[in-house]
Design a protein around this ligand. Structure first.
Ligand code: HEM
Length: 512
């Protein structure tokens, strides 16, 4: 008989062999479970727990551009332990938003976005699927199609005329004009009148609404530790971030409830309530009809209505005003370009005051100025997506669930796509077919593919018309003899990146 010790002695080599096998199997398995893949994009070194979060500055588009110069146009980041692919070249963007658009048709669900957009019940962060498709097609057909955009022509004319009157009236007091504030008001009045048939800014809490939209953009663009490392979310509470999100979300909700109250609860016009609509059927009327009647089998609930309204108010206000602001900043920095633009616009209009849309079509330099501004200052610098399955991009493996951030700001300044990318040169577009509608991936300020912006036509109609009026009727310069080259170009972070300081300018009436 073997003693116990003898048994152990003989068994030990076997035990050792099996343990080694098990450890090897476990290590291999866990490695593949974590990466699941063979060829990952290059990554900057990361810290435990934080991952690469410490490498981001408040102006994330800039910090990621610098890192892309070192690590290449596809970089794998970890926000906490969340894998995030940063795209910084036109070719890689095309892979994501064209070649494999369907795989990347989902949007990341951040806590802040979920809170603001009623758990993805709107268009912009809704998961890809039937609900999103229905809401997006309602937005396009009922508000943003060419036909609808043309039907709001008189709204744009009236609001632009008001802006011109305001500029004229302020010239006499010869103090600088705050163009930033004027553009926010103009963009918001145009979108509110098109959507609701009335101006939000003229209602009791209208001014507060504009401030709320600004704060909303700032909070939505924030990268917080708690978002990516849930057990550290107490930091967001401690810093007051969570409380700010709650306050802004509640105040926005209150505002949206008030806005739709007239249509949904007060029996529409029958009650003779104090809701003054300009047209019998505006966008909100259509939304509420669908809500009540389930028209054509489409159904939306009250939260979806609020989500869509927030999409179009935010999409139509902050982005449009930010772009107008950057256009004027660049024109004031480049007086020769301003002069060339004025010559074009004044030449085509030949002293005439009103501007017809077919005249805008002839203003090629004006369109080039807008494109060049969108290249240098895309108001929304990141296009966010989620990989819905494992996929390969440009030879690299990307895991399902990876967040994709396409840095359209960096792509617009990529020397591989643009000559002298840091220079503001609208003439580069004069003999070029490159456009911003999502087909030329070196210029994607509106995104591209299924999740691309549906508001391009709406935004461009306002921007072209306003810009043509501003440069036709007035001459512009910086206040206090400030020189263009000294203008502070510091940006303010947010989901929309605008200039940190409002743009102040002095206008003089042009004599025809
Ligand atoms: C200069 C003006 C504008 C800019 C720069 C802009 C930019 C963008 C960008 C970058 C996206 C994300 C696209 C992507 O991920 O591929 C987007 C989405 C969107 N935009 Fe705009 N936008 C502008 C004006 C507007 C306007 C005027 C509206 C409506 C009134 C609007 C409504 C939307 C909506 C609803 C989405 C979500 C689309 C989806 O997820 O399917 N935008 N916009």
């Amino acid at each position: 008989m073997f003693s116990f010790h003898q048994e152990i002695d003989e068994f030990l080599p076997f035990l050792f062999f099996f343990i080694t096998l098990f450890v090897l199997w476990f290590l291999t398995k866990s490695r593949y479970r974590h990466t699941g893949i063979k060829n990952l994009p290059p990554s900057p070194p990361k810290l435990p727990i934080l991952g690469n979060l410490h490498q981001l500055s408040a102006l994330t588009h800039r910090s990621l551009q610098s890192l892309a110069k070192k690590y290449g146009p596809l970089m794998l980041f970890h926000f906490g332990n969340k894998p995030t692919l940063i795209i910084s070249s036109a070719n890689a963007a095309k892979e994501v938003m064209k070649t494999r658009d369907l795989i990347f048709a989902d949007k990341p669900e951040t806590r802040v976005a979920r809170r603001f957009f009623y758990d993805g019940k709107d268009v912009s962060v809704a998961p890809y699927g039937e609900h999103w498709r229905q809401l997006k097609s309602i937005c396009v057909l009922q508000l943003l199609s060419n036909k609808r955009v043309q039907s709001f022509h008189s709204v744009r004319e009236e609001e632009t005329a008001l802006l011109m009157e305001k500029v004229s009236s302020l010239i006499s007091i010869s103090s600088p004009l705050n163009l930033s504030d004027m553009f926010v008001l103009l963009a918001n009045d145009v979108v509110c009148r098109s959507v609701l048939g009335r101006k939000c800014s003229e209602e009791g809490n209208g001014k507060q609404f504009l401030n709320l939209l600004r704060e909303f953009s700032e909070l939505l663009g924030n990268v917080t530790v708690g978002e990516f490392i849930p057990w550290l979310s107490w930091i967001d509470k401690f810093s007051g971030f969570k409380a700010r999100v709650e306050r802004v979300a509640n105040e926005l909700d209150e505002f949206l409830e008030e806005v739709i109250h007239g249509c949904l609860d007060a029996g529409q016009d029958q009650s003779g309530k104090a809701v003054q609509n300009e047209s019998a059927e505006n966008f909100l009327d259509i939304l509420t009809e669908i809500y009540k009647e389930n028209i054509n089998g489409v159904s939306i609930d009250r939260e979806s209505i609020k989500g869509i309204l927030l999409d179009v108010f935010a999409g139509g206000t902050d982005t449009t005003s930010t772009l107008l602001e950057w256009i004027m900043v660049e024109l004031l920095r480049h007086p020769m370009i301003m002069k060339k633009l004025q010559n074009e616009v004044r030449g085509i209009l030949n002293g005439k005051q009103g501007i017809a849309y077919n005249e805008l079509e002839k203003m090629h330099f004006l369109k080039a100025v807008i494109k060049e501004t969108l290249r240098c200052h895309p108001p929304v610098p990141f296009l966010a997506r989620i990989a819905r399955q494992d996929v390969e991009i440009m030879g690299y493996d990307v895991e399902a669930g990876t967040m994709i951030l396409t840095n359209s700001w960096a792509i617009g300044r990529d020397p591989a796509s643009w000559e002298e990318p840091e220079k503001f040169q609208p003439q580069r577009f004069l003999n070029s077919s490159i456009d911003f509608r999502g087909l030329d991936f070196q210029l994607i300020p509106f995104g591209a593919g299924r999740r691309g912006c549906p508001g391009i036509g709406f935004a461009m109609a306002t921007i072209e018309f306003t810009l043509a009026n501003l440069v036709q009727k007035f001459d512009w310069k910086l206040p206090n003899g400030e020189k263009g080259e000294d203008l502070d170009m510091t940006e303010y972070p947010g989901v929309t990146v605008r200039r940190k300081k409002p743009i102040l300018a002095v206008a003089t009436q042009h004599c025809f």
